[in-house]
Design a binder for this molecule. Structure first.
Ligand code: SF4
Length: 240
């Protein structure tokens, strides 16, 4: 990456280090419960998710993460794990009402329980192992065909569950790169994604890290209100 998007990536990586996404329950801290700080990261190790249960945990987590902070998701993931883990059979055996109870910390839990059920049914019909053989765009289409799964969630699943390179565009991406003067905040999702995918080589490890670094920067420095520009590693190139 010799362009500006590549330079920004290296500045963020140098500032915050490897982020270790997607957090998985087998790396959760055994500390204070309920957790007050998200855990489960595996910095610099891009092998996870490994195995069907990890993959299904990421898929369920991506659905649960819609419009909610991660700490509520971690509580729900812990609850599902305690119930009987993330095998397909175990997840599909959970009645909808019980799933709603298990995930009530994630807001919109009734809709999300239905989305999880629909996703598990679709994955089960298609065959999880056969889904791994699909190219990134084909996988994206598959998940977009499930009601309630939009582009950000589908791309997160393709990238973090299936380790295939699609660049995830979220509100943080729009905020940061519009402030840097590199994208129009109101531009269509696919146009912004195409911009990044044309600027950064299609590599799942880099895309994994880049999205996580954008989130880290926006949470810690480039906040919606009152960004901390004085200490920002990107301030020299920022148009804000
Ligand atoms: S200088 Fe301020 S607005 Fe610009 S990227 Fe940094 S924190 Fe965000």
């Amino acid at each position: 990456m010799e362009n500006e998007i590549g330079e920004i990536y290296h500045l963020l990586l140098n500032e915050y280090g490897n982020q270790g996404w997607w957090p998985l329950s087998r790396y959760y801290s055994a500390g204070a419960l309920p957790p007050t700080v998200p855990t489960g990261y595996h910095e610099g190790d891009y092998r996870p998710p490994e195995g069907d249960e990890d993959v299904l945990e990421v898929i369920v987590g991506a659905i649960l993460a819609q419009n909610v902070s991660w700490i509520g998701v971690e509580k729900a993931i812990r609850a599902i794990k305690r119930r009987n883990g993330f095998s397909m059979a175990s997840l599909r055996s959970i009645p909808d009402a019980e799933m709603q109870d298990l995930i009530y910390t994630t807001r919109f839990y009734r809709e999300k329980a239905k989305r999880i059920r629909d996703a598990l049914d679709a994955i089960s019909s298609a065959g999880l192992s056969r889904l791994h053989e699909r190219p990134a765009e084909g996988l994206r289409e598959f998940f977009l065909s499930i009601k309630g799964i939009g582009r950000e969630t589908a791309d997160s699943i393709v990238l973090y569950a299936f380790k295939k390179p699609l660049f995830v565009v979220d509100a943080y991406t729009r905020r940061l790169f519009s402030r840097l003067g590199l994208v129009d905040k109101s531009e269509d999702y696919d146009a912004i994604q195409a911009f990044f995918q044309g600027s950064v080589a299609r590599d799942h490890e880099t895309y994994n890290e880049y999205h996580a670094l954008v989130v880290a920067h926006c949470v810690r420095a480039c906040k919606k209100a009152d960004p901390r520009c004085g200490a920002c590693v990107l301030r020299k190139r920022c148009k804000y």
